[in-house]
Design a protein around this ligand. Structure first.
Ligand code: PXP
Length: 247
């Protein structure tokens, strides 16, 4: 077995959600970060949503203060750009955001941007790059979105694996998987780093790990769900073993 070099970002929004749901001081996000990092997470991912449904502004600052590498998921709004410039995450990932969605449904609609939106997007990406952040765009696996990501100045793309995860449950995921393969190849040929995430779990991860040029996976819900039964440390070690044992 060769050791995989794929990085693991652990999304801890669901832990922040438990804290927010009762307005308590626990569970400690600092403790969560420590356990994640000690158990094999290469970075911590958070998504500060406009509606503040899980992570709060203060949580984000606390996490930044105690984590090694922070991936900040954000909508492309003036408020979030200003917040990110102060927070100084290592990675920023632009995601679409709708108030009534359960989670991030679908990638960014980059092809709906008009010339003014494109200019603003480019300027915002440049601003984040100027504070040393790598900037990724969360996109569906198609050619247009990848070419547009390059045009806008992103350093990476995060391929949305949500449809793959749904199709996997139905036993019918080859078409979507092939789209991910093509997207990963194209992104790499344009010198974009290839990340992936959404809906990944202990069962459907194996094939995703065989994607070409894969740099990093971002996983949240499945890890936190498993941690209810086996603890956060073992839930992360379990997913890390799947990643590391992939040949
Ligand atoms: N990547 C991005 C950009 C996301 O928005 C999310 C969900 O917050 C994830 C990864 C993680 O998805 P999941 O919680 O389904 O593992």
């Amino acid at each position: 077995m060769t050791k995989s070099s794929v990085l693991l970002g652990v999304n801890i929004d669901h832990i922040a959600f438990i804290k927010k749901s009762r307005e308590t001081s626990y569970p400690s996000l600092e403790q969560a970060v420590k356990i994640c990092e000690q158990s094999g997470a290469d970075s911590i991912t958070i998504h500060l949503r406009e509606d503040r449904r899980h992570i709060q502004d203060e949580d984000a600052k606390t996490i930044r203060g105690c984590c090694d590498k922070l991936n900040f998921e954000m909508a492309n709004t003036d408020e979030m750009i200003a917040f990110a410039l102060k927070l100084k995450p290592d990675f920023c990932c632009f995601v679409p955001e709708k108030r009534d969605e359960k989670t991030t449904e679908g990638g960014l609609a980059l092809n709906e941007l008009n010339k003014t939106d494109e200019k603003i997007f480019k300027e915002n990406i440049e601003m984040l790059k100027s504070i040393g952040a790598e900037v990724s765009l969360f996109i569906d696996p198609n050619r247009e979105s990848i070419e547009k990501s390059k045009y806008l100045g992103a350093t990476s793309v995060e391929l949305h694996t949500g449809q793959y995860a749904i199709d996997y449950e139905l036993g019918n995921h080859e078409d979507e998987y092939n789209k991910l393969v093509d997207a990963a190849n194209l992104a790499n040929s344009l010198t974009l780093k290839v990340n992936a995430g959404h809906g990944l779990n202990y069962d459907n991860l194996g094939q995703i790990l065989k994607l070409p040029h894969l740099n990093e996976l971002n996983i949240g819900h499945a890890i936190i769900a498993e941690s209810v039964f086996i603890g956060l440390d073992d839930a992360i070690k379990k997913i890390r073993r799947i990643i590391d044992n992939c040949d």
